[in-house]
Design a protein around this ligand. Structure first.
Ligand code: ISE
Length: 327
């Protein structure tokens, strides 16, 4: 993912270039840097963050390392775009929030790139226009072909379903109050509880269903339907063509999220850089949004363990994080 971000900055973002790359795997850092940063590799991640030639930082490291790196960026006063989740636990997200508020400047964006995806944007605009009546419910399907062996038991919720939590808040303009996790018969292809069906209840009384299946084998398949009082808005398959032959019609699935959301990743980074240059807030998810998604995930992990509906516990939202981008 870090390599993809670096390539996007090097090829598709004006007013920015890749200053240098750090990766725990030096060979990987070298190969990405050769393609994007004229070979500039940093030996130490914290030195790279504080380096005077680093104007802003993009973090795409393992989930549990995010908060520490973001805190280092805040200490250095640098804008930072951090891959999701902001941290796997809401407690660590709150440390980021406290540090950002103490610095008095909004510097953190969380990489919930779906907010920039043209299909989600169009769906939100249609539903929000009110032309087909108020929104009643949301259905989400989130399927990966497979996840790596190091994926831990709670990561379907803390790493994957967090996207659905964030996009549900974005589409519905509503907060998630309660979560229940249902456990269907698990696939024999993995040791995880897979699939899981999540049911979210929102503050405004809507239901959100999430069919989360991370070893679905056949491809990367993300789908969403917004149910309104007088109609529905459904995401169409994002393929480029359908083939009709031999008495059937077929289309292809992406292998993973990178081709499916390539436009979203590019638009996200372009907006982030434009916002930094213009001195405005970026349009993406804030540290507050990152905290809320991880708080819903924490309730989800509890619900997975207990089998019971679990309340989402949020601290009250500081004035510092009130803006138009989130509910
Ligand atoms: C992965 O980390 C992502 O961010 C993808 O967008 C998501 O669909 C996938 O489930 C995650 O594992």
């Amino acid at each position: 993912m870090g390599g993809d971000h670096a390539r996007i900055i090097a090829s598709s973002v004006g007013r920015a270039h890749v200053a240098a790359i750090y990766d725990a795997d030096l060979d990987r850092a070298k190969s990405v840097a050769a393609a994007t940063a004229e070979g500039r590799v940093a030996k130490d991640s914290y030195d790279l963050i504080s380096d005077k030639n680093t104007g802003a930082v993009l973090i795409a490291s393992p989930d549990a390392t995010h908060a520490d790196f973001v805190l280092a960026c805040l200490r250095a006063g640098k804008p930072v775009l951090c891959e999701k989740p902001l941290a796997p636990t809401p407690e660590d997200c709150l440390k980021v929030i406290e540090a950002e508020m103490a610095g008095g400047r909004r510097l953190v964006q969380v990489g919930f790139m779906r907010r920039f995806d043209p299909s989600y944007r169009e769906m939100k605009a249609m539903a929000a226009s009110g032309r087909i009546g108020p929104i009643l419910a949301l259905h989400c399907v989130h399927r990966n072909a497979a996840v790596p062996g190091w994926f831990e038991w709670m990561m379907p919720i803390t790493n994957s379903a967090v996207h659905e939590f964030d996009i549900a808040r974005f589409l519905l303009d509503d907060e998630i109050a309660r979560i229940t996790v249902h456990k269907p018969k698990p696939s024999s292809l993995t040791n995880l509880q897979d699939p899981m069906f999540l049911v979210l209840e929102t503050e405004k009384g809507r239901l959100v269903t999430i069919d989360l299946f991370l070893n679905a084998s056949y491809g990367y398949d993300v789908r969403t339907e917004i149910v309104c009082e007088r109609g529905t808005v459904t995401m169409t398959p994002p393929d480029l063509s359908h083939v009709r032959s031999d008495g059937r019609e077929a289309f292809s699935f992406a292998a993973d999220w990178r081709p499916r959301f390539s436009a979203a990743y590019m638009l996200q980074t372009q907006d982030w850089v434009k916002a930094i240059v213009a001195g405005r807030l970026p349009a993406g998810s804030s540290a507050w949004d990152g905290y809320v998604a991880s708080a819903v995930a924490a309730a989800g992990v509890e619900a997975l363990k207990s089998g019971r509906p679990t309340e989402v516990k949020l601290v009250s939202r500081p004035e510092f994080y009130r803006d138009l981008s989130s509910p």
